[in-house]
Design a protein around this ligand. Structure first.
Ligand code: SAM
Length: 228
């Protein structure tokens, strides 16, 4: 019996029209889809007239589900891994599944699409020839240490941040690297998409007039970069 394949499929980060034709083809073709939240992915499938079986595969269940997914693939079924939004495994579950699949000689096929970090970088206007993607800073323990490390990082830095800590992060950047220009992207591809640009102190002054809701990517300019 031939082993099935594991597809790593990117999905939209807000605007559902950003799903690719190839992603839809793969969803229709595979035997099952492993997803973070079946309610989120079932909406995407319904919009694209697809009824493929969904199984839940998230940060909490990843350890227990890896064997189950691999067994089905090794028996000949194909699986698509998706996350709630964007590219799986990028600040999302799936890295260990991919690794275990590689060890089991399962073919892995990537289906590209949205990724918040790359989209934000591409419209930030900041240097993109070399950058550091840090994802989420630690929430509590290790956060200050990481910020101190980033102070001496010369390249453009890309961070993810949640609505609960975005104000705190801008305050921290004002404290640790007040001279570095930052670009904050809110709600990319969605109805209330917007971009804030300036020094951390300038954004802090403007913050009371802004709507602080949704999802954020924060990009920090390289040391010495200025807009002129
Ligand atoms: N795997 C996803 C990707 O490819 O971008 C990232 C998942 S991570 C759990 C979620 C974080 O990504 C959010 O907290 C936010 O920092 C960022 N993000 C995702 N969608 C976004 C959007 N539409 N606008 C701004 N940031 C977004």
């Amino acid at each position: 019996m031939t082993t099935g394949k594991l597809y790593i499929v990117a999905t939209p980060i807000g605007n559902l029209s950003d799903i690719s034709l190839r992603a839809i083809e793969v969803f229709k073709e595979v035997n099952f889809i492993a997803c973070e939240d079946t309610r989120v992915t079932s909406k995407l499938l319904a919009l694209n007239n697809t009824k493929t079986e969904l199984i839940s595969f998230n940060a909490r269940s990843e350890t227990n589900k890896i064997d189950y997914v691999l067994k089905r693939i090794l028996k000949g079924e194909s699986c698509a891994l998706v996350s709630d939004a964007g590219t799986p495994t990028i600040s999302d579950p799936g890295v260990r599944l991919v690794n275990e699949a590689i060890k089991n000689k399962i073919e892995i096929i990537g289906v590209p699409g949205a990724n918040a970090a790359i989209l934000a970088l591409s419209i930030s206007g900041l240097p993109t020839d070399s950058f550091l993607f840090e994802g989420f800073l630690p929430q509590k323990k290790g956060r200050q240490k990481k910020l101190k490390e980033l102070v001496i990082e010369k390249r453009t830095i890309v961070l993810y941040e949640s609505v609960y800590r975005i104000e705190k992060l801008i305050k921290e950047l004002n404290e640790y690297m007040p001279e570095r220009f930052i670009v904050v992207h809110r709600e990319l591809t969605k109805m209330f998409e917007e971009t804030w640009r300036g020094l951390p102190s300038e954004l802090l002054t403007e913050l009371p007039n802004k709507i602080i809701k949704g999802e954020f990517v924060v990009i920090i300019a390289p040391i010495g970069w200025n807009q002129n």
